[in-house]
Design a protein around this ligand. Structure first.
Ligand code: PGA
Length: 252
């Protein structure tokens, strides 16, 4: 029995003051929802601003990215230790990082190892582009991203990794995947790959989220699928009522 997991990826939205405002709207309604692991991922500049607000609320805090090195001459980067000071979670390898900032399966793997070392719960994103989808290469691409991105992790550490399947063509487009299609990729591609890497028992314990144009209106289509354990929500996580409704829909 996997605990449902819903994370809000705020991307490059909300100043610290705006973040505090959104968190104050979410706090009561989200704290009341039991049985779902809930995480907010605001920009770096807002993490400190909201961390004390979330204390004792049962709502987790996550970063959207981090570097893998401990410290040093990496202008503009934030280290795993810095993230760990404020957060319990970190998103790794989001498709926007891969597309715009040159992240690869190799850098995803370095970040994943750094996150596990610092006891952060990693949310590792995978997913095919529109071109890859249209040419029937979804399985091949996702399999490669999982195999290389999650390489060399000890099975004992793997259970806490959360995987987010986010087809790039569905992100921010309003064209979500169907529940059935996502369930197929989760159950026929991702979980079998996790099983080969970490063994069947561990693979069955790992959460696999869907992401890409999830809204309050379509969330339950995903959550009723047996292989979909929650969602990574972008645009809809910026609206309190919408995000709360998605989290409620995830209750088993
Ligand atoms: P979206 O983004 O919900 O706005 O499509 C999802 C994501 O990029 O994580």
């Amino acid at each position: 029995m996997r605990t449902p997991f819903v994370a809000g990826n705020w991307k490059m939205n909300k100043t610290a003051a705006e973040a505090r405002e959104l968190v104050s709207q979410l706090l009561g309604p989200l704290t009341d929802v039991a049985g779902v692991e809930k995480v907010l991922c605001p920009p770096f500049t807002s993490l400190f601003a909201v961390t004390s607000m979330l204390e004792g609320s049962g709502i987790g805090l996550g970063a959207q990215n981090m570097h893998w090195e401990e410290k040093g001459a990496f202008t503009g980067e934030v280290s795993p230790g810095m993230v760990k000071e404020l957060c319990g979670y970190v998103i790794i390898g989001h498709s926007e990082r891969r597309t715009y900032f040159g992240e690869t399966d190799a850098t995803v793997n370095k970040k994943l190892h750094a996150a596990l070392k610092h006891d952060l719960t990693p949310i590792v994103c995978v997913g095919e582009t529109l071109e890859e989808y249209e040419s029937g290469r979804t399985s091949e691409v996702v399999l490669r991203q999982i195999t290389l991105g999650l390489a060399d992790v000890a099975p004992a550490n793997a259970a806490r990794i959360v995987v987010a399947y986010e087809p790039v063509w569905a992100i921010g487009t309003g064209k979500a995947s169907s529940g059935e299609n996502a369930n197929f990729v989760h159950g026929q591609v991702i979980r079998p790959a996790l099983s080969r890497l970490f063994g069947e028992e561990t693979a069955q314990a790992m959460r696999i989220l869907y992401g890409g144009s999830v809204t309050a209106a379509n969330a339950s289509e995903f959550f009723q699928q047996p292989e979909i354990d929650g969602a990574l929500v972008g645009g809809a996580s910026l609206k309190a009522g919408e995000f709360v409704a998605i989290v409620r829909a995830a209750v088993k």
